[in-house]
Design a protein around this ligand. Structure first.
Ligand SMILES: *Cc1c(COP(=O)(O)O)cnc(C)c1O
Length: 386
């Protein structure tokens, strides 16, 4: 299917490359809601932009190719993509989610889908025995993230896909943190991949978008129906921006990894750091599994600040690094998961899954790594309580 076997070429030329008619090297932005029909029942392949838009289609072809699936779908946000995927299920079905899934994934199941009788159960999916024991008759899907947010917990994706297949349930991976540049779950046997493309795929903190990829005709048909029926589609201009962002994914990701590895190794030696979570540290949880299933550890890390340091003062003292939600952009961001990204998860559950109050998550950007470290070091110094 793909013109290039090397991902670095696919990132730039994959999907629909440029414009056949004019020779424009970029896919045009088809900013149109509707299309002229030449007669009754005679359209030119497009009728209405909720159902199909050439700019969005170019993006959908690109992400399908990058993830190694047969069909891609672009949505107005990562949550719209996840919502569309969860709409494949019905009343009485149950979805297993890993204990560190994105807060919004938990929230949409807990507060929206629960109202329609689609239930969920939180399972530490890194523990495969526990996962298999939780597969009751009503379970129809396993939804995981690896690395999971915010503790970067690694789950063996191929093993989960195999368990899912054995029990006839769908496996779904939120691949936001790794991107297809580092990890391709479909090749590991997974049925559905979802993305918050707002993060690394977009890469510049300038758009909200979501993607889904499947590798099965029947699933593709059902997801296309849901996308068109529920309508949370990505706009043409944002589709263009996302294609543009994806072109530089490889070079950005390489630098994210270089910088994050440097920061993680430095933080290991920093007195104010009680615990550090980064999939690139050989003594951390899941290191070997991540190495087996992904081409790198990514750019996200979390650490626990020692109680002797004032966490408020720490984040307020940062100058280069911005305190903000989100991740995966060129700029470094910090967030406080328990009050920000994971605030929608009740306190008791947060404690249970290890999202403690003094946990700080860093999306390590692609600025100069010494500058990033220097900013952290001055914040440690300022936040040490006398
Ligand atoms: C941000 C995020 C989402 C939600 O995506 P939006 O684009 O914000 O709707 C889902 N999963 C993960 C892992 C995320 O980081």
């Amino acid at each position: 299917m793909s013109k290039y076997s090397n991902l670095n070429s696919q990132l730039i030329h994959g999907g629909i490359d440029g414009d056949e008619k004019t020779g424009a090297v970029n896919v045009p932005i088809f900013q149109t809601s509707t299309y002229k029909q030449d007669g009754l029942g005679k359209d030119r392949g497009y009728e209405y932009s909720r159902s199909g838009n050439p700019t969005r289609e170019a993006l959908e072809a690109l992400i399908a190719e990058l993830e190694g699936g047969i069909a891609g779908f672009a949505f107005a946000s990562g949550m719209a993509a996840t919502t569309a995927v969860l709409s494949l299920f019905k009343t009485g079905d149950k979805v297993i989610i890993s204990s560190n899934v994105y807060g919004g994934t938990f929230r949409v199941l807990d507060k929206v889908f629960n109202n329609f009788g689609l239930t969920y159960e939180i399972v530490e999916t890194a523990d495969l025995k526990l996962l298999e024991d939780s597969l009751t008759e009503d379970v129809k899907a396993i939804f995981i993230e690896s690395p999971a947010n915010p503790l970067l917990t690694i789950t063996d994706i191929a093993a989960v896909a195999e368990i899912a297949r054995k029990h006839g349930v769908l496996s779904i991976v939120d691949n936001t943190f790794m991107t297809p540049y580092l990890q391709r779950p479909i090749a590991l046997g997974v049925d559905i991949v979802v993305h918050s493309a707002t993060k690394y795929l977009g890469g510049h903190s300038d758009l909200i978008a979501g993607l889904a990829v499947v590798n099965d005709e029947a699933l593709a048909e059902r997801l296309w129906f849901i996308q068109n029926a529920t309508g949370g589609v990505l706009q043409p201009f944002d589709s263009f921006l996302l294609i543009r962002g994806i072109k530089t994914l490889g070079v950005r990701m390489d630098r994210h990894i270089e910088n994050a590895t440097f920061i993680a190794e430095a933080l290991q030696k920093t007195p104010g750091v009680k615990a550090i979570y980064y999939p690139g540290l050989p003594d951390g949880q899941g290191y070997a599994i991540n190495k087996k299933q992904a081409d790198g550890p990514g750019g996200m890390l979390s650490f626990e600040l020692d109680e002797k340091y004032n966490i408020n003062k720490f984040v307020e003292s940062l100058k280069l690094i911005t305190l903000a939600e989100s991740l995966g952009g060129v700029e470094s961001l910090v967030c406080h998961p328990s009050s920000m990204t994971h605030a929608s998860i009740p306190y008791e559950i947060r404690q249970k899954v290890g999202i403690v109050e003094n946990l700080i998550r860093i999306s390590v950007g692609i600025e100069d790594k010494q500058d990033i470290l220097a900013d952290l070091e001055q914040a440690f110094a300022k936040s040490l309580e006398a």
